[in-house]
Design a protein around this ligand. Structure first.
Ligand SMILES: [Zn+2]
Ligand SMILES: [Zn+2]
Length: 160
């Protein structure tokens, strides 16, 4: 939590903060993603008057996101920038005279979250039969990996 007393009590005032990210992981409905490392959050809060605050922030966070094919965690860098106008009594982010900057960064990260992360461009993924990570070597399921029932259907068509 960042103490905003000074800026909250003075209309027109702007205060700059450097805050460490305390968040250990990002939790969304599609998973839980651990933070590998983070730059300090560069935060500027301006009191716009009438109990409105302009909150600007910038932070670069490395998060472990699973590869879309093999599920190995990949350190992925998120560049998060935000500029939000908040009410001084915004309950999502402000508690008394403190700003929950971690919550703000958490919610803003979702907007720049990569759609798909690959450990490498040519990741071979997992075998759909035994689950072996094919980057570590091939499994004994065979290269064609054809479902036996499917093979039978193909045979039927051959006989038509
Ligand atoms: Zn992969
Ligand atoms: Zn296999």
């Amino acid at each position: 939590m960042t103490d905003l007393t000074d800026v909250l009590l003075n209309d027109g005032k702007t205060v700059h903060y450097e805050v460490a990210l305390a968040l250990a992981s990002f939790s969304y409905r599609f998973g839980d993603f651990k933070v590998k490392k983070s730059s300090p959050i560069s935060l500027t809060v301006e009191n716009l008057g009438e109990r409105k605050l302009l909150v600007k922030g910038e932070v670069s966070v490395e998060v472990w996101i699973p590869c879309a094919r093999c599920l190995e965690p990949v350190a992925s860098e998120l560049d998060i920038r935000f500029e939000n106008e908040l009410e001084a009594d915004d309950r999502d982010y402000i508690e008394g005279y403190s700003l929950d900057v971690d919550q703000l960064v958490h919610d803003e990260a979702l907007l720049v979250w990569p759609e798909r992360v690959l450990c490498r461009e040519d990741c071979k993924g997992l075998c759909s039969t035994c689950g072996q990570n094919l980057n570590d070597g091939s499994c004994s399921c065979g290269p064609t990996d054809l479902d036996p029932r499917m093979a039978k259907i193909l045979d039927i068509f051959k006989n038509v």
